[in-house]
Design a protein around this ligand. Structure first.
Ligand code: FAD
Ligand code: EPU
Length: 339
């Protein structure tokens, strides 16, 4: 019923394109298959790793267990009113295919999240976000299976503990729960979200009077393509670190030295400083060390320029982290899942 392969290269399965081998590897296409797989005596005690598109993961060594590649498909509208629809998608659906599906049907809410790589099932893990939107804004619920006892559970929004690049699935339940299906609530009368300055500027520059969600997704695509390297050309996993969340007193301290400091208010106490700005200010944009470095248009993106190992990428990331710590006294936190 499933085909467990041995000693499989994970290079085609991670967007950093680093070499690493999985002791065992299996692809599953339904929740039932996953449950059956876990009941296999032969796999008792085996370490498991759920893999989607491999676009937020760095393999620094071989994986001495079973990699489960999630290919659970299917998109359907499960509820519809005059105002909204609930869309249900299998966790293995490509996120960007879901965005295109919704944009084509004029269902609003995820057009700003156009072109984020990876699967629907991984989207709630770090509450994907970009260009003024986050998954949490449209999230309805998700269903999955606890790995330890094969129990199924549906999580509603308030149970997921969504935060900036975070959720309960990236913290308390990391590696313990397999998301199989995600439901989103989308608007039949879309509201256009141009709250992200670069997006607003781009749309305004084109001079369209009443932009549609199709226009928004097109502009997001253009901006992303101008800044972020395409993993099929240059290995990367998007932002390597989260943006830095600091106390406002840190901003007051830094702005005296760096009047051009970029920062955003999170709440009355906390400010966010783009880590890309910090790295850039350290003179590390376009850094080159062997086959790794930082992207020359976006310092927060660590790149594999060809043939780098996961360890080399990790080392350069730690070099960047150390430099930012020394210059600014700010501790960068990786966004990428490091294995
Ligand atoms: P994977 O890398 O396969 O897995 C990530 C983690 O989730 C792993 O720990 C894995 O075990 C776990 N996981 C995966 N699927 C499941 C599941 N079904 N159940 C339980 N655990 C699971 N992210 C953003 O938020 N915003 C961006 O703008 C953005 N831009 C990017 C641009 C580029 C060029 C790249 C390469 C990455 C970018 N990312 C961005 C990061 C990445 O695309 C997202 O985090 C994406 O959601 C990861 O999906 P994936 O399927 O590739 O996950
Ligand atoms: N900046 C620099 N130098 C750089 C990079 C950035 O000065 O090398 C400055 C920019 O000029 C800008 C600010 O930093 O003023 C923010 O840059 P950008 O708009 O490129 O976004 P970001 O904060 O670096 C975040 C997300 C991205 C997301 C974009 C758009 C994080 C960690 N990253 O990047 O998400 O696509 O905003 O919303 O929050 C990802 O998570 O993998 C990812 C790519």
């Amino acid at each position: 019923m499933f085909n467990i392969l041995e000693n499989i290269s994970l290079k085609p399965h991670n967007t950093f394109a680093v070499e690493a081998f999985a002791k065992r590897f299996v692809e599953i296409s339904s929740a039932e298959q996953f449950k059956n797989l876990l009941q296999n005596e032969d796999l008792r005690g085996e370490e498991l790793l759920i893999l989607g598109g491999g676009s937020n993961i760095l393999f620094t060594e071989d994986f001495n267990g079973l990699v489960i590649k999630n290919s659970i498909g299917g998109i359907s509208i499960t509820k519809e009113t005059d105002a909204y629809v609930i869309i249900s998608a299998g966790a293995g659906v490509i996120w960007d295919d879901l965005v295109d599906f919704c944009v084509t049907k004029n269902l609003g809410g995820i057009e700003n999240l156009k072109l984020i790589p990876g699967t629907v099932g991984a989207a709630p893990i770090q509450n994907i976000g970009a260009y003024g939107a986050e998954l949490v804004d449209v999230f309805e619920s998700l269903t999955g299976i606890f790995i330890q006892n094969f129990e199924e559970k549906t999580f509603m929004k308030d149970e997921c503990k969504f935060g900036y690049r975070s959720s309960v699935f990236k913290t308390d339940l990391k590696g313990k729960f397999f998301i199989t299906e995600v439901r989103l609530k989308l608007n039949k009368k879309p509201r256009i979200n141009l709250s992200y300055k670069a997006l607003k500027d781009s749309v305004e520059e084109e001079g369209i009077a009443n932009p549609t969600i199709k226009d928004v997704s097109r502009h997001v695509k253009n901006i992303r393509e101008s800044k972020l390297p395409n993993p099929s050309d240059i290995g990367n996993a998007g932002s390597f670190f989260k943006n830095a969340e600091v106390h406002k007193s840190k901003v007051d301290e830094l702005i005296k030295i760096y009047p051009d400091l970029v920062f955003y208010k999170v709440d009355n106490e906390i400010m966010k400083i783009p880590s890309g700005w910090l790295i850039d200010k350290c003179g590390l944009k376009g850094l080159r060390k062997g086959n790794t470095g930082t992207h020359d248009k976006q310092a927060l993106v660590i790149v594999n320029l060809g043939g780098a190992t996961g360890k080399e990428i990790y080392e350069i990331a730690m070099f960047v982290k150390e430099k930012v710590k020394n210059v600014f006294g700010i501790e960068l936190i990786p966004e990428v899942n490091i294995i």
